[in-house]
Design a protein around this ligand. Structure first.
Ligand code: PEP
Ligand code: MG
Length: 577
């Protein structure tokens, strides 16, 4: 009997994967009370020591796999976990529960876990809460060793060709996955615009997110089919279904070869409109993906990764080293560096606003930076210094007012003055742009455009805020509609404001990389698209076969009608031309 589990598909270029399921260690291990006799306590102590040692060994193995050019914060994150495992507060209390109370090793560890978590739960501080999660996660790993449930993501060879299934995927896990040839990825949590999904997409593999309880339905190693187009995970497929998906997979491989032939073709529409295709990336090492995609440059470099998995923010030199590495890797192609956009979906251990009641509406992104200049200024100084090294621009996220732009410009002027005084070089004419991702900014974008050198439409957040749906919450994914008439009105407004101010407008939200909307956006007048590297060639192929003025003619009346059904119908028609 064929089993199928539903989530939401992610994956612009590749949509089908067939391979063995590899279940990542997921939910919490449940432990029942168990005691041992006095003669058995030494064995239990030894079992506990062995489990601790194996868990440390597992972490060290991950650490050793990290290539040298990886940001130091990733290794530091693992070091922190190793230190927690070596802490007496964890080990000695467990040992005395075994020795003095006769608890079995896993029951003693479970009691210690409950006691430690109770202490953390009584503290409101968001930083300490993430440490609570670290401890919980690590104890879970040790319990898995003790109960024989340990499965290792570090076993690199076992990952290749598999479809990896995780409850949620941590940054460390994504990092490990990035270095292996996995066939697909499935998570039980997360919507398609969650950061996990965006990262999964950056792996260039098909993925399904928000597939609730999928791990409970699958067995390790069984052959499964992942269909990102329909958001489905299929197990126990009969031979007819399997053969049908194998044909689709083969067709997809063939399609990739034909896409590859477009690598050096310029993206020019049939009516001679030149389109700039740019890449969104997260890490300097992703530069290789940018070259493989034939992108004209980087339209969005998310700098948050520099701040993650560490205890203190990076200093100016660390920022500069990362930016320099990226610019050098780009061989003269331009890069748009987005300033720190921490908070809400992009939180990290010791910064960001995860603890506040409503993180997406709180002190995040540029608001956080303007409140904490000691974090922002090292980044601004480093960005300005990097501007002497290669073509680049600075982009401000989450703008909602003209005043915020003026404050940033004042800080930049101050930083430039300092750099001159320090005898350090920078480009005095560096372009400063802003992301339009808050409805207020979209509505006053004519005013913002007068203060900025370029605009970039961040549809991931613009849709979240305009339609009032949490992009992290898979329960409301069904409402996430880039073609909602309200969104299209705002997008049109932003493109028009940019044209009137004579400044470039790009789109860097995920909508820009979805081929379903390519012709719609072309018809709205968009000529700069920034997306996951893997989406660039499919979008290019469509653009080469499109006529911008015909797209414009087809959508004008539909968009003006604000009728969702008419708009949907026109999108279908556009994609059938
Ligand atoms: C966006 O909001 O559309 C965007 C590109 O930024 P992020 O996804 O990083 O919030
Ligand atoms: Mg955003």
């Amino acid at each position: 009997m064929t089993l199928s589990c539903q989530g939401t598909g992610v994956g612009s270029q590749r949509q089908i994967a067939i391979g063995p399921a590899h279940l990542l260690p997921g939910g919490e291990v449940k432990i029942s009370p168990r005691w041992v006799t006095a003669s058995e306590t030494d064995d239990e102590l030894r079992r506990f020591a062995r489990a601790m040692r194996d868990t440390r060994g597992e972490l060290r193995a991950i650490r050793e796999q990290i290539p040298e050019d990886t940001p130091s914060d990733i290794a530091a994150f693992i070091d922190t976990h190793l230190l927690i495992l070596e802490d007496n507060a964890l080990t000695s209390a467990v040992e005395s529960l075994i020795r003095d109370e006769g608890c079995a090793a896993e029951w003693a560890l479970q009691l210690r876990r409950e006691a430690l978590l109770k202490v953390f739960d009584a503290i409101a501080d968001p930083y300490l809460r993430t440490r609570r999660d670290d401890i919980n996660h690590l104890i879970n790993q040790v319990l898995k060793q003790l109960t024989g449930q340990a499965r290792q993501i570090v076993d690199a060879n076992s990952l290749d060709g598999t479809i990896v299934i995780g409850h949620d995927i941590s940054p460390a896990d994504i990092f490990v996955l990035k270095h292996h040839q996995i066939a697909g990825l499935v998570t039980e949590l997360g919507g398609p615009m969650s950061h996990t999904a965006i990262l999964a997409n950056s792996l260039g593999i098909p993925a399904v997110v928000g597939a609730h309880h999928v791990a409970e339905l699958l067995r390790e190693g069984e052959l499964i089919i992942l269909d990102a187009h329909n958001g489905a995970v299929i197990a126990e497929a009969d031979s007819t279904i399997l053969a049908w998906f194998q044909r689709r997979l083969a067709a997809e491989h063939g399609d990739q070869a034909s896409l590859h032939a477009l690598l050096s073709t310029a993206a020019i529409t049939r009516d001679d409109i030149e389109i700039e295709l740019l890449a969104n990336i997260e890490l300097p090492e992703d530069v290789a993906l940018v070259h493989e995609s034939g992108a004209d440059g980087i339209g969005l470099y998310r700098t948050e990764w520099l701040f993650m998995n560490r205890d203190t923010p990076p200093d100016e030199e660390e920022h500069l080293a990362a930016y320099q590495r990226l610019l050098e890797g780009m061989d003269g192609k331009p890069v748009v560096f987005r300033t720190l956009d921490l908070g809400a979906d992009k939180w990290c251990e010791n910064l960001g606003n995860q603890g506040c009641r409503n993180p997406a509406l709180g002190l995040r992104a540029i608001r956080l930076c303007l409140t904490e200049p000691e974090i922002f200024m090292p980044q601004l100084r480093a960005l300005l210094r990097a501007s002497a090294l290669g073509p680049m621009r600075i982009m401000i996220p989450m703008l909602s007012s003209v005043e915020e732009i003026r404050q940033v410009r004042a800080l930049i002027t101050g930083a430039q003055r300092q750099l001159r005084r320090d005898g350090l070089r920078y480009d005095p004419n560096i372009a400063i742009g802003g992301m339009i991702e808050v409805p207020a900014a979209a509505l006053i974008c004519d005013l913002l455009a007068r203060e900025l050198d370029f605009l970039s439409i961040g549809t991931n957040d613009l849709i979240q805020y305009t339609l009032a749906i949490d992009r992290m919450d898979e329960e409301v994914t069904y409402l996430y509609d880039p073609a909602h008439p309200a969104i299209l009105q705002l997008v049109r407004n932003i493109i028009r404001a940019g044209n009137e101010a004579d400044i470039p407008v790009s789109m860097c939200g995920e909508m820009a990389g979805e081929t379903r909307y390519t012709r719609l956006l072309l018809g709205l007048g968009l000529t700069r698209f920034s997306m996951q590297p893997s989406a660039i060639l499919p979008v290019k192929r469509l653009l080469l076969n499109s006529d911008a003025s015909e797209c414009n003619r087809m959508i004008r009346v539909a968009c003006a009608s604000n009728d969702a059904d008419i708009i949907r119908g026109v999108i279908e028609d556009l994609n059938e031309i």
